[in-house]
Design a protein around this ligand. Sequence first.
Ligand SMILES: Nc1nc2c(ncn2[C@@H]2O[C@H](COP(=O)(O)OP(=O)(O)OP(=O)(O)O)[C@@H](O)[C@H]2O)c(=O)[nH]1
Ligand SMILES: [Mg+2]
Length: 220
Amino acid sequence: MTSELKVEKKVSALNDELAAKTSELLNKQQIYSINIMGAPGSGKTTLIEGLAKHLGAEALAVIQGDLESDIDTRRLEAIGIHTYQINTHSGCHLNAKLVHEALTQLNFSRKKFLLIENVGNLVCPAGKKIGQDLNMLVSSTTEGSDKPKKYPIIFHESQVVVISKSDLAEAVGFDRQAYLKDLKGINNQLMIYEVSSKSPSSFAAVAELMTKLRDGHHWS
Ligand SMILES: Nc1nc2c(ncn2[C@@H]2O[C@H](COP(=O)(O)OP(=O)(O)OP(=O)(O)O)[C@@H](O)[C@H]2O)c(=O)[nH]1
Ligand SMILES: [Mg+2]
């Protein structure tokens, strides 16, 4: 094994150790954590806003991951969601250390879910352990129906795919049939939902799933 590979393995093992600690801390407080991934502008923050209407803003704590700015944090705080901003500067994904440190900045009293909005990217966040119970990928119709074929790893590593911007599907010629066929080919266990910010009720099914998963979760 090259020394470079050895260092990489050590960094990855340290990351996973810290992720396990985060998971343990959250589990103790019965906080179900969801890693929300997706391309820049796919609708991750809009999904959180939509979910808050069904789950209640007071049930959510959010960690916002962005290279720069606190734009999303301000959006969420404006609707009463307790949010902590992480700026990664050049980092293309959140890691376990950043998330673990953020826990000390959050108040989990009466919270049910920790939503971690990862940095907008379809490559770097895939398969990374940050203490999450679930990986949820937001994939918008406007990105094109070829995305599962082009970025299979992140689709493979997710348990839930939320197809966003369904109101724009027709306008951008989104080929739903081909997209769904490719998705199932990559991961036939995926739970798939479709939402639109133009239809606030479309987020209800995702909120229901989250509640069901949390209710059935084994708190270790
Ligand atoms: N028409 C339409 N626009 C949407 C929908 N969801 C999000 N948008 C718009 O898409 C843009 C990006 O949405 P965000 O929710 O900020 O996306 P994001 O993934 O959080 O973006 P980053 O955090 O910058 O990666 C915004 O202008 C939203 O208003 C949708 O369902 N329909
Ligand atoms: Mg966002």
